[in-house]
Design a protein. Structure first.
Length: 430
């Protein structure tokens, strides 16, 4: 093959990038391309910022290999085919994805390439194990996590691809300007890019042995924070899982949860809008004031408010806090999980359809949880996972003067103390 175009989407890296590696191994010239799609713009200022930082990092890396990242704006199918014809490409490569939008994009791109007699191929790379690779004997996908985890841990994983040593671009097409990096909405949001992600992975591996005992410690903040880099493909999930080692270990198990939700979304693409569990009771109420209090972190329940304020400040939230805040919205307030999904989707750097939707449905009792009526009592969760109240005081400064575990129940403080706190009573008492 003389020339191949590689369309980057959510795979913004050069290490273990199967589409790029295969193109570089089989074509004399390779054109890396990213298309800024107006249909996907503006959904999250935080993710727009992270994306554009990641694109800048990817371009710098590709230039170091002798290539470049071409930037186009518009419909990704039309722009990819237009560029492929301009450089007289023999093939087009892309990473496969599971959402309605991604699958429609892949189908249209395949059809257009066939019409123009250009070879087309979709590659793995967004998960450790391909979404459709593991199936139970009685269905097209696993509906329960534990049997999926057993199959996943025992499966043959593909070998990671090395980064290409050199990329040769054809002459002619302009590279296009990188978009400016916006401010985003969260002042403490992490920076994007493969370079930052790989550095964080290296640093994190030194703390891996502590993960099993400390990952639920809200104040300790001992989670990896690799999820945004996995969401944008700045890191290969296969490389992360392989580097972590023990397939049955607690950290790798979390990577399996990610794959689990991807294979669910692959089989049930309406995961973001429709209850996955047949017959799920969805008798949600509508309360705009309660929803606003939850969104802004003013519910009067400190552990919930702490999580919601961390979300706005960092574009990220501790996983245990995600469970607590989601459980409070759906099980305590009785509000629709879709409202929570939408709010998380606006702020989270790692927000994507499979994981955000799958986890919200799991908590709400409409998804894959085998115990759909389970609840997350916020007070019990607070005393268990933030026993000294440090996490709450970090994110709810109105309660900084309240020592110890008493911070979790400020309504129990003496009236004179409560009067000096600029903090609302719980929603149930208003």
């Amino acid at each position: 093959m003389r020339t191949a175009v590689v369309l980057f989407t959510r795979d913004l890296r050069v290490n273990d990038q199967p589409a790029l590696a295969t193109a570089c191994a089989t074509a004399e010239q390779v054109v890396p391309l990213f298309v800024l799609d107006p249909q996907l713009a503006g959904r999250s200022a935080n993710r727009d910022r992270f994306l554009r930082q990641s694109l800048a990092d990817l371009r710098a890396t590709l230039r170091g290999l002798g290539g470049d990242l071409l930037i186009r704006r518009g419909d990704p199918v039309a722009e990819t085919v237009r560029l492929a014809r301009e450089v007289d490409a023999d093939g087009v490569a892309v990473s496969a994805d599971v959402s309605h939008y991604a699958r429609d994009r892949q189908r249209r791109l395949s059809d257009e390439c066939e019409r123009h007699r250009i070879a087309f191929r979709a590659f793995p790379g967004l998960t450790v194990v391909d979404p459709g690779a593991l199936t139970p004997t009685n269905g097209d996908h696993y509906k329960v996590f534990t049997p999926y985890f057993r199959a996943w841990a025992g499966a043959d994983w593909r070998t990671a691809y090395a980064a290409p040593e050199r990329i040769r671009l054809p002459g002619g097409p302009g590279v296009g300007r990188l978009p400016a990096v916006p401010d985003g909405e969260s002042p403490q949001a992490a920076a994007g890019g493969e370079t930052v992600g790989r550095r964080r992975l290296r640093d994190w591996l030194g703390d891996l042995d502590r993960y099993g005992d400390s990952h639920d410690d809200l104040a300790g903040d001992a989670t990896s924070r690799l999820s945004p880099y996995l969401r944008f493909g700045c890191l290969s999930p296969l490389e992360v899982a392989t580097a972590a080692g023990d397939r049955a270990g607690p950290f790798v198990r979390q990577l399996c949860w990610r794959d689990f939700h991807y294979q669910v979304a692959n089989a049930f693409p309406d995961l973001a809008t429709t209850a996955y569990r047949r017959g799920a009771a969805e008798q949600w109420r509508y309360d705009a004031d309660a929803l606003d209090a939850w969104q802004t972190g003013h519910t009067g329940v400190p552990i919930v408010d702490a999580g919601m304020r961390q979300l706005r400040a960092q574009g990220w939230m501790h996983n245990r806090a995600r469970l607590i805040t989601a459980g409070y919205l759906t099980k305590e307030l009785g509000l629709d999980w879709r409202d929570g999904l939408s709010w998380f989707g606006r702020w989270l750097l790692d927000g994507d359809l499979p994981n955000n939707s799958g986890n919200w449905q799991w908590v709400a009792g409409t998804g894959n949880d085998t115990r759909p009526y389970r609840g997350f009592n916020p007070l019990r969760q607070a005393h268990r996972f933030d026993p000294a109240g440090e996490y709450v005081r970090r994110w709810v400064p109105e309660l900084a003067s309240v020592a110890g575990a008493a911070v979790h129940e400020p309504w129990r403080l003496p009236l004179a103390v409560r009067a000096g706190l600029d903090y609302p009573p719980p929603l149930s008492d208003r």
